[in-house]
Design a protein around this ligand. Structure first.
Ligand code: KG4
Ligand code: ZN
Length: 345
């Protein structure tokens, strides 16, 4: 292959049906269909509802992505699909469809890790990833600190959440505050009018004997709920903006402190922040300030590339193709608990 590989990527691990098309590190199309509205009244993603929505949205999304990219399906050099981790039934829809397209088109298929794809997507915006980099991945399903010597085959976990994911904490606290699902963007907006130091909420796992790179958000979530309940029991109004700002500060303080510490201790000069929570305005600002102070270069994709999408899968697939790694076998699984250390199924 002498030209930049044209790769179509399919993402169906949660509630976004994403289909992206890239040429090497250039983004050509990023079609997205979300079932988030169908889950809103349940306050969280309902797996069966997500799977059904993927079934309906996938083929139209592929058609739209190919049209937006100005290419034909037969031009595609390779396909990539999220093999895991994620919701089993949701993953299965994407993996089965990707196998069908690969077989029909006679093109290789790469089953890739969703977390590595969240890292690789940044190449579409900021060029080749420095090696190594530290990646802080924060979303509704995961919160991890990774050392990434090579996103195509060497991703090492440094730490992860021991309970709730960061986005899950945003969603649960939003519910306590009467804000809609998914709560992250609503807390972000509400916090803009509040004081981050209004309430001193706890910072989980920051004691001297705590695991330096692990996270815990469930104690924080409970602390917010108790604080709000106490106000309500006393018949006092809940200052939503102040609680949102103070909660948000507690989350991003810990995330950024641990990420910068990981860079320093691992001797790494670049931090990448990705996943849906990386869309948070305060996380982006505090990460920028702390990285600057520590002499670390920060890379954060634009918010639309931080939340789940197909472009990230295509981006990782294209990098894997460019490095000449062998494709996955056509019996590759949908692996709901795919470990972060396996980039390629
Ligand atoms: O990466 P993503 O789209 O899906 C998962 O893989 O989970 O992340 C979704 C999560 C949700 O929990 C949502 O509340 C959170 O990202 N999120 C935010 C913001 N935008 C999305 N959290 C905080 N601030 C935001 N601006
Ligand atoms: Zn994700």
């Amino acid at each position: 292959m002498t030209h930049e590989p044209l790769v179509l990527g399919i993402e169906t691990s949660c509630d976004e049906t994403g289909v992206g098309v890239v040429a090497g590190r250039r983004l050509l199309a990023d079609a997205l269909a979300s079932s988030v509205d169908a889950h809103a009244r349940f306050g969280g993603v309902v797996p069966e509802v997500a799977s059904r929505a993927h079934l309906e949205a996938l083929v139209p999304a592929v058609d739209r992505a190919v049209a937006d990219a100005g290419v034909r399906l037969s031009d595609v050099d390779a396909l990539a699909v999220t093999s895991g981790p994620g919701l089993a039934g949701a993953l299965l829809v994407g993996v089965a469809a990707a196998k069908a397209y690969a077989l029909a088109l006679g093109r290789p298929l790469y089953g890739v890790n969703h977390l590595a794809a969240h890292v690789a997507v940044d190449q579409l915006e900021h060029g080749a990833l420095p090696d190594p980099c530290v990646a802080l991945l924060v979303s509704g399903g995961h919160s991890s600190l990774l050392l990434v010597p090579d996103v195509t085959h060497d991703v090492r976990p440094l730490g992860a959440t021991v309970d709730d994911a960061a986005g899950e904490a945003f969603d649960k606290v939003a519910r306590v505050l009467g804000l809609p699902f998914p709560g992250g963007p609503h807390i972000d907006r509400a916090a803009a009018d509040g004081a981050a130091d209004a309430v001193a909420f706890p910072r989980g796992l920051t004691g001297p004997r705590d695991a330096p790179y692990d996270f815990s958000f469930s104690g924080l979530k409970t602390a917010v709920a108790r604080w709000v309940e106490a106000r309500e029991a006393a018949g006092e109004p809940v200052p939503v903006a102040d609680v949102a700002a103070s909660f948000q500060e507690a989350v991003v303080d810990v995330l950024t402190a641990k990420a910068v510490r990981a860079c320093r201790e691992q001797g790494v000069g670049h931090l990448l922040v990705g996943g849906g929570v990386a869309a948070n305005s305060r996380l982006r600002a505090l990460a920028q300030a702390r990285c600057e102070a520590a002499g670390i270069r920060l890379r954060v994709p634009r918010p639309g590339l931080c939340t789940d999408n197909g472009a990230m899968v295509a981006a990782l697939g294209a990098e894997i193709v460019a490095r000449g790694h062998a494709p996955s076998a056509l019996d590759l699984p949908a692996d709901s608990s795919m470990p972060v250390t396996s980039v390629l199924a």
